[in-house]
Write a protein that binds this ligand. Sequence first.
Ligand SMILES: [Zn+2]
Length: 267
Amino acid sequence: MLIDPHIHMVSRTTDDYQALALHCIRLVTEPSFRPGFDRNSVAGFKDYFEQLTVAEPARAAKFGIRHYSWICLNPEEAANLELAREVMALLPEYLDRPTVLGIGEIGLNRNTRNELKVLEWQVELAAQRNELVLVHTPHLEDKLKGTRLIMEVIRNESGLDRGRVLIDHAEEHTIEEIKDAGFWAGITIYPGSKCSPARAVDMLETSGCERVWVDSAADWGVSDPLAVIKAAEEMRRRGFDPETIAGVVYRNPVTFLSQSPSFHMSC
Ligand SMILES: [Zn+2]
């Protein structure tokens, strides 16, 4: 059994659920994100959070897949601070839902002042509620600066334990800083803007297989819901032992996610 701990199933077809089940990916976690257009009302966010906490777990269950989610206001949705404040007021109700693991994916995308403000609000909320946190880091040229800014915001919030924060979309130039600072790291296999399976496994070879997971972040763009199994296959091809492979694609995510009281392994 494998886990894809970061995948946006609201954007995927039912055939993808079938493919996940056929490839033994029997547990997924889905962070809140931007749907590819600007939601401009609180009602739009409510609909989305209902979809994440009610509709997707039911759709997944038809294929024997357990579906968890993360609730937040995504950094790409932080431009309108007034709307952001109203959406923030919604979050506690959804964070209390039984299949919600924590706050995510918060972070930065273009490292703007408003993104930083909304990140600070949500880090504070996470500390107050003792929530697990999943963090998105910016793409390409903004990644190193954005990752450092995010780590700084989290360090400034003394109530947040770094072992309960996973910083995702790590790359060669950020993964060691993330792990050295005491956070968990995520490696995302995604065509174009993120890693290939080969690059992901290069990173595992150089920075180790502890406190790290791999995910697909498959969404409405050209992406691959079977990316996790491709990483496992690339590890096998390079001679990693089965225990280490299972650590990365199964035990590590279980260890991190089990810190949320809502997480249960039952399939
Ligand atoms: Zn994502």
